[in-house]
Design a protein around this ligand. Structure first.
Ligand code: SF4
Length: 356
């Protein structure tokens, strides 16, 4: 099967929802990312897939089989990186500062707490503070620590880009300004490393220029849904930030960072009308913003998981992904062209498998 074919996308959508049987040394179980998965390389591209012991998809000898049939997809688990063996000068294991995502992405949640984490206001798909509670990370990473880890990760493990996200803080900038210092420190240690910053609309939009001036390559301002009813239901706290503030921040970000250097997550599986989701994605694309459509996979520690919410039907994931990928291709926008960030990594979405 080759990339972008109907069958490939169908199989990939099913693998993204039903998971695969494979031993994956690099995994994520909690945190700010969208899913608890194993990190793999499928047909040469990053992929995060649920590791499921009784999945109909089995990985053997670098290939994927279903009912004994070799599907012609190559799969390699990502190896444990060497930088995980190190500890910072102030005694913090590197793995508690930043993680390997995919085969070549360094990802960190700079502030691991969120002002909205109380159950009544928490985003139902998020478990940012669970990895803190489990001792897997530290509450706040310093610019010096991030620089130290980034330098080692590039030198020892060939990291190609970095993603910096943050929990929302009390300040009017919602945590964005702190990332300016972090980007600067990392680029002093690793000049030229493509970095994506991920923030909420920062109140004072001049922070977006400061992030770009500090050297950030691309920016994610994640709304997860453009449907206010869905937002209120799934993100009771975050939905108090009006869509108008996102629009202003996105337009400013496109002005400062450029076309196809701005992205947002749109989650598939929160009950949004598929046609409206795709229409919303089309509007974003027309403004130069990359809609990173991702299947919702309720993670351990999330309210969604506690409530027994199931991932979406793979057919819905396939349909929405294919339609958004066609719009992106028509607009000449590829995730890889963002050079840093989730859209460039592509692991948590099927858009790259659909050619976008
Ligand atoms: S798409 Fe983003 S969250 Fe997912 S593995 Fe890649 S960098 Fe991490």
């Amino acid at each position: 099967m080759s990339v972008g074919t109907e069958e490939t996308l169908t199989a990939r959508a099913e693998m993204a929802v039903y998971g695969v049987q494979v031993d994956a040394p690099v995994r994520r179980s909690k945190g700010a990312g969208p899913s608890d998965d194993g990190h793999l390389v499928v047909d040469g591209a990053n992929a995060t897939l649920p590791i499921v012991a009784d999945s109909p998809y089995q990985v053997r000898d670098g290939a994927v089989f279903r009912n004994g049939l070799n599907l012609g997809l190559s799969v390699e688990p990502v190896s444990r990186p060497r930088f995980y063996d190190l500890t910072t000068a102030d005694g913090v294991p590197y793995q508690q500062i930043a993680l390997l995502h995919g085969k070549d992405v360094l990802a960190t949640t700079v502030v691991q707490t969120c002002i909205r984490y109380d159950e009544s206001t928490r985003c139902r798909f998020c478990s940012i503070e669970e990895s803190l509670r489990s001792g897997a990370t530290v509450a706040a990473k310093t610019p010096k620590q991030l620089a130290e880890v980034a330098e080692a990760a590039v030198r020892l493990d060939g990291i190609k880009q970095m993603v910096m996200t943050t929990g929302t803080t009390t300040g009017p900038d919602r945590g964005a300004r702190n990332l300016v210092r972090c980007v600067r420190a990392v680029l002093e240690a690793v000049p030229g490393l493509p970095i994506q910053v991920q923030i909420e609309p920062p109140g004072d939009l001049s922070v977006i220029t400061d992030l770009h001036s500090a050297g950030a390559t691309s920016i994610g301002i994640h709304v997860e849904s453009l449907d206010d009813e869905v937002r209120r239901r799934w993100m009771p706290g975050k939905s108090t930030v009006p869509l108008a503030e996102y629009d202003a921040a996105w337009d400013e970000a496109v002005r400062v960072f450029g076309h196809n250097r701005v992205s947002t997550y749109l989650l598939i599986g929160m009950g949004e009308d598929p046609d409206e989701l795709v229409a919303g994605a089309a509007r974003l694309i027309s403004r130069g913003i990359y809609p990173f459509v991702v299947p919702l996979r309720p993670m351990l520690g999330t309210l969604a998981r506690t409530d027994g919410v199931l991932p979406p039907d793979p057919r819905l994931v396939r349909e929405i992904t294919a339609r958004v990928a066609a719009l992106l291709t028509e607009a000449g926008m590829r995730g890889a062209d963002q050079s840093a960030g989730c859209a460039a990594c592509g692991a948590c979405s099927l858009l790259s498998a659909a050619g976008a």
